[in-house]
Ligand binder design. Sequence first.
Ligand SMILES: *Cc1c(COP(=O)(O)O)cnc(C)c1O
Length: 212
Amino acid sequence: MDEIEFIRPKNPPKLIAVSKTYPIEIISLAHREGIKIFGENKIKEGIEKFEILKKENQIELHHIGPVQTGTIKKLFGNFEFTHGVGSNSSLIELKKQSEQKKTLINFFLQTNLTNENTKSGYEKTELIEQIKKELEQENEYCKFYGLMTMGPSDGNLEETKKVFSELNEIRIKYCPNHFLSMGMSGDFKIAAENGSDYIRVGSAIFGTRNSL
Ligand SMILES: *Cc1c(COP(=O)(O)O)cnc(C)c1O
C-alpha cells in the first residue's frame, strides 16, 4: 500500500477482524489478544468456525460478503450483522426470514459507487430511494443499520477517497443516525478519515490469504 498521511478521526471506527479462510487456531489466538468482533464471508464456514467461541464468549459475528437468497435463513441466530444486502430480492428474503425466525439481524445496504460491473450493490439513486423506504418502515427483527461500500478494484487511492467521502455525504444527508461500513486492509485509513464506523480488515491482521 502507498503511504499516506493518516489523520486520526474524532470517532474511531470499530474493527471487524475478517477471519475468512483462516483456521480456528488463529482465530482463537486473536480472540485471546482481545479481538471480539469478527467477519466471515461464507455462512456455513463462519458458523462452524465460531460455534464454540459463540457459545462461550461475547463475540459479535458479521457476515460481510454478498447475501445469497438461498442461504439467508442460516444467518439468523449465527450472525448479528450482514453487510452485503445489495438488491431488493435479497432484502425481501431477509425480511421474510426474519419474520419467520423472530430473530434480530442488523443489515447494511451495499452500494456500488464505482460503477464496476463486477461489484454488486445498489446504484446511487436506487440506494437513496431504498434508504427513504427503510426509514419509513421500522421492522422489528430486520434492522436497517447502515451503508456499506468498497473502493475501486484497482486500488486507486484518489478514487477510493472520492467513493468513501461520497457515501459519507449520502449518510449525512439521508440517514445521519446510521453507520458506515467501509475500509479494508488497503484503504482503512482513508475510510476512517471519511467517517467510517466499521472497518473490515483481514489480511493486514492475519497475513496474506492463499485463497478466497
Ligand atoms: C475479504 C473482505 C474484506 C477484508 O479484506 P482484506 O483485504 O483482507 O482486509 C473486507 N470486506 C469484504 C466484503 C471482504 O470480502
